[in-house]
Design a binder for this molecule. Structure first.
Ligand code: SF4
Length: 211
C-alpha cells in the first residue's frame, strides 16, 4: 500500500466517525472495484433502484454492474415522453435505493451538494428508503467552506462544461456567481445529518472519481 493509499484509509476512517454521529453509515473501499462490490452487496436482489446524474457512478463501473435481471431499474432517461419521465420520477420517491455521488464531503462527514433543478437532491433529502453515496477521496474537503468552494469552483464548472451550458464558468473554468438562464447552481444542500438512522450510506473510495 502506498503512503497515499494509507492516508486515504486513515482519513476515510476519520470521516466515517463523523458520519456516524450524523446517523449516516460510512464505508471505505480501497478502489472502485471493491466499491462496486460493496454497493451491490448493500442492495438485495429485487430492489428497485434509481440514481442521480453522476460521473462517479459511471466511472466506478457501478452503473454497468446494475443488471435488470437482478434489480428493478428505474431509468428516467429511458422515458419516451415527458409524461412518462414524470411518472418515473414519481416511482423514484418510493424506490428502495437511490444512488448518487456528492459534490463534496467534509472531513467531519457533512455532505455538500449543488443542483440546478434539485431533482437529485430532493431524493437525497426525502423519498427513497436508502441512499447510497459513492465518493472518491478527491471529493473530501477540510470543512464546509472549503467543501462549498470545491463544489462551486470545481464540480459545477466541470458539470457546466459536460452539459454544454452557456454559463460564465463554462467559458472561464471558474464560478462567477451567475444568474444566467443556463445556471446549474440553484439549490445548495448541506446534509448535516440523516433524521432516519442509516438511511444514507456513504462509500468512500480510495481513488479519484468524478469531479
Ligand atoms: S458561474 Fe453560474 S453556473 Fe457556473 S458555477 Fe458559478 S453559479 Fe454555477
Amino acid at each position: 500500500m502506498t503512503p497515499k493509499q494509507q492516508t486515504y484509509e486513515l482519513l476515510a476512517n476519520t470521516i466515517i466517525k463523523g458520519l456516524k454521529k450524523r446517523q449516516m453509515e460510512g464505508y471505505y473501499a480501497p478502489d472502485k472495484e471493491a466499491a462496486v462490490q460493496l454497493a451491490l452487496s448493500l442492495m438485495p436482489a429485487g430492489s428497485s433502484i434509481a440514481w442521480g446524474g453522476s460521473m462517479s457512478l459511471s466511472e466506478s463501473g457501478l452503473m454497468a454492474a446494475l443488471s435488470p435481471d437482478t434489480y428493478d431499474i428505474i431509468d428516467r432517461d429511458k422515458a419516451s415522453s415527458p409524461e412518462e419521465r414524470e411518472a418515473l420520477k414519481a416511482r423514484i420517491v418510493n424506490a428502495d435505493y437511490f444512488l448518487m455521488s456528492t459534490n463534496a464531503i467534509t472531513m467531519d462527514g457533512e455532505l455538500i451538494n449543488i443542483d440546478g433543478h434539485g431533482t437529485r437532491l430532493s431524493f437525497l433529502i426525502y423519498g427513497p428508503k436508502h441512499v447510497i453515496v459513492l465518493a472518491g477521496m478527491n471529493k473530501v474537503a477540510p470543512d464546509r467552506a472549503a467543501a462549498e468552494a470545491r463544489a462551486r469552483n470545481l464540480a459545477s464548472p466541470a458539470n457546466s462544461v459536460r452539459l454544454h451550458r452557456n454559463t460564465p464558468c463554462a467559458l472561464t473554468g471558474r464560478c462567477q456567481d451567475c444568474y444566467s438562464p443556463d445556471c446549474i447552481c440553484s439549490q445548495f444542500v448541506y446534509t448535516r445529518r440523516s433524521s432516519i438512522p442509516g438511511r444514507i450510506k456513504v462509500i468512500l473510495v480510495g481513488e479519484e472519481l468524478g469531479y
